[in-house]
Every structure is written in structure tokens, then in C-alpha cells.
Design a protein around this ligand. Structure first.
Ligand code: MG
Length: 382
């Protein structure tokens, strides 16, 4: 049994599930949450969704599935050493990207633009929608009926307008309070994972170079120590050794700075964590600056690389043209959606638009590309 700190999330004190269920016999409620997430269709789809690179660009790039597993690995390591709840941390980490559209951020921006007159589209809110509503598997409730704490962690950010519609789970965005430490941790583990694996993927595909990265302190420091220790090492191994040291450096800093901030805050329960005026899982100022420098480097050199931008442009077109054609005539949707779309269309265009957004957001990269062909290309089967 894992030892838990008094300010961690205790499954015996959970705020519970929307539909009351008996606790499982040999698992905690947070283990059950994690298991339901792993068995969801949205989780399996993460394998064919990407963040920066599109799925068919290569087999070695991170997908949202491997990204989520890396986030869970980093977050669980930290949770264990800090006596936070590992199962809850893992559940939040594995679920945090479930609501992402195909094609990463360009897909989300395109869908948000399509939905601008109908309430917009936020991937974070969509993750919550997936676990609360869209997974249709269980006999007694819609969605996965997860605990409050897992849902709290999944909803990382949210506009005030949406927060008002969400009841208890949206409350903290109106009150300006914090989520529990496991949620704060999964959030920072996400950034550690993607900054580092984007360096690795960016180098692998040649869109950025080791020489360029030497201008970034976080990379340069670790790369230099690897080169000193192993002067003959081939570049591929130098890169991996550097990236793994960067991850370790960030994790060690996060643990030490967070332990210090929790000690200073003197919080004794999860509710005191929630009411504390700022997050307690933090990096030191120095390392936060270094991580920011890396993030800005990636934004300038990788995410804005012309080849990435070309793919983003194509992705945005696929998303917005599919959305428009379905909104114009919902009878083009697959049969499964006909009854629901007809009902929504009879109510309001906004409700119909939401059904279409759910359909489009749930697509994997390759499904979206194939669906685009089936709908628009005369030579393709429908
Ligand atoms: Mg993520």
C-alpha cells in the first residue's frame, strides 16, 4: 500500500461520482477511474492522433497515446516520491488529451473557428465531455462516471463562460481556486513530456539541429556534460542521453521546489491545497525560466517550421471543410448520427453543430483524411 501524505487525494474521502456506485472490491476508486479510461474508445484513438507531426509522417514520432504514457510515467514517479496519490495522478495523465481533435493544435483552432457562433470548441472541455458523456458503454450511466477528483484534473483550464455551465467542476475557474496536487502535477508533467519529446522528434526528422539547440541553456548544459563524459559517442546516443538528463533535471527540480513550497504553505488537507492562492506544484524560478526558453525555441524553430505549417494548413482545411459540409447537410453524416442530428437540427443549429463537432473531434488523423476523400473526391468510394 502506498503511503499517502495528508494533503494528497484520499480515495476514501472522494467527492464521489455523478451517479453513485459501490466502491470496487479490490481496487480504489481512482484505480477504477484509470481502468475505465484505458478501456475507453477515445483512449485507443490516441494512438492515431498526433501533436506536431501527422500520424502518417513516420512510425517513430510520438502520438498522443505515447505522449500520454510518457506524461503518466513522469507524473507517477513524482507522485510516488512526494507521497501523492499515484493512481489518481495516472488516471488524470492518461485522460488529459482525450478530447483533442485530429492534427494537434491546428485541428483544434480550426474546429474552434467553425464553432465560433455555437459556443466554441476547447480541447480541454472536450476531454471532460468525452468522459462525462460521449463514451457510451455502461448500462447505468452516460460516459465513464469518473470521480470528482479525476474530472477536476482533466479540466485544466476553462473559460468563465463555460465554467458557469459546468456546476461544481467549473466552480474553481470562477472562484480562482486550485485543483488538488495530483492535478497540478499531471499538468506540469505534460509540459516536461512534450518539451522534451518534441526536441527528440524534431531532431529525428531534421527540422531542428543539435547546433541550433546549443543556444538553449537547458539543452546545452546537459549536452555538454554528455560530450565530456563520452567524447566518442555517436550523435543519436548523445541526443538520447541529453534528453533523458533534461527530463531528470526538470523532475528533480520539480520535486525539490514543490516539497519546499508545500512545506512553506503548511497545507494539511486537499481542501487547503484547493484554497491556497497559487499552485504548490512548481519549478524553481531558475528552472522555470530555462524551461520557458526551450518552449520558445520550439515555438520559433519547430512549430513554425514551414513544413509543419504546411501540414497545419492542410489539417485546418480538412477539419473546416468536413464541418461545413456536415452542417450544411447532416444527412451526409454516417448513419449512426442520423437520429441524433435530426433531433438536434429540429431544436437549434447550435445543438446540431455540437454533434458535428463531437464527430469531427473524435476522428483520428487518418480517419479524417479518409473521410475527407470519401466526402469530396469523386473517384473515391463513399
Ligand atoms: Mg498533453
Amino acid at each position: 500500500m502506498q503511503k499517502l501524505a495528508p494533503f494528497s487525494a484520499d480515495p476514501k474521502l472522494t467527492r464521489g461520482r455523478s451517479v453513485v456506485e459501490d466502491s470496487p472490491a479490490y481496487r480504489s476508486d481512482y484505480q477504477r477511474d484509470r481502468d475505465r479510461i484505458i478501456h475507453s474508445a477515445a483512449f485507443r484513438r490516441l494512438e492515431y492522433k498526433t501533436q506536431v507531426f501527422v500520424n502518417h509522417e513516420g512510425d517513430l514520432f510520438r502520438t498522443r497515446l505515447t505522449h500520454s504514457i510518457e506524461v503518466a510515467q513522469i507524473a507517477r514517479s513524482i507522485a510516488r516520491v512526494m507521497d501523492l496519490n499515484e493512481d489518481l495522478t495516472e488516471a488524470i495523465s492518461l485522460a488529459h488529451d482525450l478530447g483533442h481533435t485530429p492534427f494537434g493544435h491546428s485541428g483544434q483552432d480550426a474546429l474552434n473557428a467553425c464553432m465560433k457562433d455555437y459556443g466554441g470548441f476547447e480541447h480541454n472541455l472536450q476531454s471532460l465531455r468525452v468522459v462525462d458523456l460521449l463514451e457510451e458503454k455502461y448500462a447505468e450511466f452516460p460516459g465513464l462516471n469518473l470521480t470528482y477528483e479525476t474530472r477536476e484534473g482533466i479540466l485544466k483550464h476553462c473559460s468563465k463562460a463555460h465554467a458557469r455551465e459546468l456546476g461544481d467542476i467549473g466552480q474553481r475557474f470562477l472562484a480562482g481556486t486550485q485543483p488538488g496536487l495530483e492535478a497540478q502535477l499531471a499538468n506540469l508533467a505534460d509540459a516536461i513530456a512534450y518539451n522534451n519529446h518534441d526536441v527528440d522528434d524534431g531532431l529525428r526528422c531534421g527540422l531542428i539541429s543539435v547546433d541550433q539547440l546549443r543556444e538553449v541553456k537547458l539543452f546545452a548544459d546537459q549536452c555538454q556534460s554528455v560530450s565530456q563524459l563520452y567524447p566518442q559517442l555517436e550523435e543519436r546516443r548523445v541526443i538520447h542521453e541529453t534528453v533523458r538528463r533534461m527530463i531528470n533535471y526538470l523532475i528533480v527540480d520539480l520535486v525539490e521546489a514543490s516539497q519546499e513550497s508545500i512545506r512553506k504553505a503548511g497545507v494539511a488537507t486537499i481542501d487547503e491545497v484547493r484554497d491556497y492562492p497559487h499552485p504548490l506544484i512548481v519549478h524553481s524560478d531558475k528552472v522555470r525560466e530555462e524551461a520557458l526558453e526551450l518552449k520558445q525555441f520550439l515555438r520559433r524553430n519547430l512549430y513554425s517550421h514551414y513544413r509543419v505549417l504546411r501540414m497545419s494548413k492542410k489539417a485546418a482545411r480538412v477539419i473546416s471543410e468536413l464541418f461545413d459540409v456536415f452542417l450544411d447537410d447532416y444527412r451526409l453524416l454516417p448513419e449512426h448520427y442520423h437520429a441524433l442530428s435530426a433531433e438536434m437540427a429540429g431544436n437549434s443549429t447550435a445543438l446540431l453543430a455540437r454533434v458535428i463537432a463531437d464527430y469531427v473531434a473524435g476522428m483520428t488523423d487518418r480517419f479524417a483524411i479518409n473521410e475527407y476523400r470519401r466526402v469530396f473526391e469523386p473517384g473515391e468510394l463513399t
